[in-house]
Design a protein around this ligand. Structure first.
Ligand code: SAM
Length: 289
């Protein structure tokens, strides 16, 4: 069966009485080049264990199984059980787990399902939960790469640098953990039902070491979130509003000592700059204790 052929998918889903769920972000691929190119970009071989989120009818799963040692596909919609039993029959290196990927203990799952394999993620993600999913993947700390299709707008934010409208706290969080690459765009016409937005495929490669030394990672991200929560405020104002114990005057003084113009806004500060600022704030708050 051709798992990206629109009429074949429609007949298959109708036979199983399947209805698309918007709340589960169900937009299935109907262009063969897309799952092929995504799987190709994931850099798989016999030594790789791939976690896929949301196999749908299994078109990407099939491509992953042709290239990887093992594929574990986690699907929330149990209505796809009989569909996947049919479409992936005979694919011995594929295991399907029915459940919510956000409720899984990912490091434990990797240890159990991928012994001796290099764990990676490859998926066409449900767009409504992109941020919690990527956060969970990065915080799990066990995936070498994450190659995923997401909304283009979110992809741009993840890969953005300072001084651009797309630059923000979530991009900095991802860049702290990974090298980011924006690979290619996929138009709405490649899906059924068609999403309203263009999609992009990105690849995140986990850094062996963090790019800079942060005294306190939680404080670094508190400073970053504070800076972008109040995007239009100057940094001393934004930091004092978001970091308990730091006054506006003290924030201004610390920024000046670091050589920043105190009228600067968060969107002009790069990751190295935020690390310097949060380390300085850390020293200042620790001295007060
Ligand atoms: N991989 C298929 C494709 O490319 O055609 C389907 C991708 S579709 C964008 C997203 C899939 O994720 C759907 O099958 C949906 O049921 C599933 N899904 C949504 N939320 C999920 C969750 N929390 N855990 C696991 N699967 C989920």
């Amino acid at each position: 069966m051709n798992l990206t052929d629109y009429s074949e998918i429609r007949a298959l889903l109708a036979r199983h009485g399947f209805r698309f769920s918007k709340s589960l972000g169900q937009n299935f691929l109907t262009a063969a080049w897309v799952p092929e190119r995504i799987a190709e970009a994931a850099g798989l071989d016999e030594q790789t264990g791939v976690l896929e989120v949301g196999p749908g009818v299994g078109c990407l799963t099939e491509q992953l199984s042709l290239r990887a040692g093992k594929v574990l596909a986690v699907e929330l919609d149990k209505a796809l059980k009989p569909v996947l039993a049919e479409t992936l029959a005979g694919r011995d290196n594929v295991e399907i787990l029915f459940g919510d990927v956000l409720k899984q203990d990912l490091p434990a799952l990797v240890r159990e399902k991928f012994p001796g394999l290099r764990p990676v993620i490859c998926a066409n993600l449900p767009y409504n939960v992109t941020t919690p999913l990527l956060t969970a993947f990065l915080e799990a700390g066990c995936f070498e790469t994450v190659t995923v299709m997401i909304q283009r707008e979110v992809a741009r934010r993840i890969c953005a640098g300072p001084g651009t409208a797309d630059y923000g706290a979530f991009g900095l969080f991802v860049q702290w953990h990974c090298e980011t690459e924006l690979l290619f765009d996929v138009p709405p016409s490649c899906f059924v039902p068609q999403p309203k937005v263009t999609s992009s495929v990105i690849r995140l490669t986990r850094r062996a070491e963090k790019p800079f030394f942060a005294e306190d990672e939680a404080l670094l991200f508190r400073c970053i979130r504070a800076a972008f929560n109040q995007r239009r405020k100057t940094l001393p104002n934004a930091l004092s509003a978001g970091v308990p114990g730091l006054s506006r005057e003290r924030a201004e003084q610390l920024l000046t000592e670091l050589g920043f113009d105190p009228r600067i806004r968060g969107e002009a500060v790069d990751l190295a700059g935020f690390v310097k600022i949060s380390n300085k704030v850390f020293g200042d708050l620790s001295a007060k204790k």
